[in-house]
Design a binder for this molecule. Structure first.
Ligand code: F6P
Length: 361
């Protein structure tokens, strides 16, 4: 009999509930108990935020977006902001308290589902001696240690569908539509959706772009009697020699800066250099919502059950990973070491170039 606690951390991604479903079922078969810690580590600070998860609680959640136990990207227990009565914000380390509560509650393992930030926190807890197993999540697909993260496939489908819809309005008005998609340091969503959604240009964080090249592509389109264009830009893309565009940081305790604005910047520049009507839109959190695709559900369930098998064999301090066609595991230290960038020599990039998509270089 084991007692497991699960948490979901960072930005939500379609498939989180499918992981929870799979963990609860796999634990139930083994006669183990599962608890969910609400909003990251809150359940390990306050018993009211800890929920017992039985089969009845997860009955059909595998097809739903979001996470039934909530998530946060502001709750790093090693660097928790604390506002005193005078309104001063101090950074405190509450990890010892969380570890003490974990032991007091008699947990045998913590299954931490998250992206690079949450997995780094999990790694630090593992270093302290907590038995932890990680599960890789992020729509950005930027974890190098796994072939894929769940959530990415759904986000790409959402972005592709949006591009399909934008074609008709762009064409009707002879406009340039600039679509900003998520992707902080890696342009996976931009590349996959841009190719599949018929973009004229795709701007990735991996290739600092020359706006003149994009203008040339649009003018070249006109020579072929195509008077509209669809431009996909990842939020982390930069103009050559420029910086990532960020929004004002207003959230206390948020570890990452908020990106956003490059789409509008590109639209303004293109309006000036082409003289054409230009509109920009930010797909934003639409990409994180909705029901997971079949691929993401299956991957999430495979990750969830693989995590339970790691607990069973006592392999802690590891993250489950996809090494197609099967599952593997890597140490949490290796899992957070590097980001997966778009390989500029890959056949996907070659495909984009061969079908005439401008990559801004
Ligand atoms: O890491 C996933 C991600 O979706 C990024 O692409 C994006 O920059 C960030 O989360 C946005 O997070 P928030 O939920 O704080 O707006």
């Amino acid at each position: 009999m084991k007692k497991i606690v699960i948490s979901t951390g960072g930005g939500d991604a379609p498939g989180l509930n499918a992981v929870i479903y799979a963990v609860v079922h796999a634990c139930h078969r083994r006669g183990w108990e599962v608890y969910g810690s609400r909003s990251g580590y809150k359940g390990l600070l306050d018993m009211d935020e800890l929920v017992r998860l039985g089969l009845e609680d997860v009955e059909d959640i595998y097809s739903t977006g979001g996470t039934i136990i909530g998530s946060t990207n502001k709750g790093n227990p090693f660097e928790m902001p604390f506002e005193n009565l005078a309104g001063e914000v101090k950074i405190v380390d509450i990890s010892d308290k969380i570890f003490r509560n974990f032991n007091r509650m008699g947990f045998d393992c913590h299954i931490a589902i998250g992206g690079d930030g949450s997995l780094e926190i999990a790694r630090r807890f593992a270093e302290k001696g907590m038995p932890v197993v990680g599960v890789p999540k992020t729509i950005d697909n930027d974890l190098d240690a796994t072939d894929r993260t769940f959530g990415f496939d759904t986000a790409v489908s959402t972005a592709t569908e949006a591009l399909d819809k934008l074609h008709s309005t762009a064409k009707s008005h002879d406009r340039i539509m600039v679509v900003e998609v998520m992707g902080r340091e890696s342009g996976w969503i931009a590349l996959y959706s841009g190719i599949s959604g018929g973009a004229d240009a795709i701007l990735l964080p991996e290739i600092p772009f020359d706006i003149q090249k994009v203008c040339e592509k649009i003018m070249d389109n006109e020579l072929h009697e195509k008077d509209y264009a669809i431009i996909v830009v990842a939020e982390g893309a930069t103009v050559r020699g420029g910086e990532v565009i960020t929004k004002e940081q207003t959230e206390i305790g948020r570890s990452e800066v908020l990106l956003g604005g490059i789409g509008e910047w590109v639209a303004t520049e293109l309006r000036e250099c082409t003289g054409k009507d230009t509109r920009s839109l930010v797909l934003g959190h639409l990409q994180r919502g909705g029901s997971p695709t079949t691929f993401d559900r299956l991957l999430a369930m495979r990750f969830g059950t693989a995590a339970v098998r790691l607990v069973e064999e006592g392999t802690f301090g590891h993250m489950v990973a996809l090494a197609s066609p099967g599952m593997t595991s890597v140490s949490l230290a290796d899992a957070v070491k590097s980001r997966k960038k778009v390989d500029l020599t890959s056949d996907k990039v070659l495909t984009a170039r061969d079908i005439g998509i401008c990559l801004g270089d």
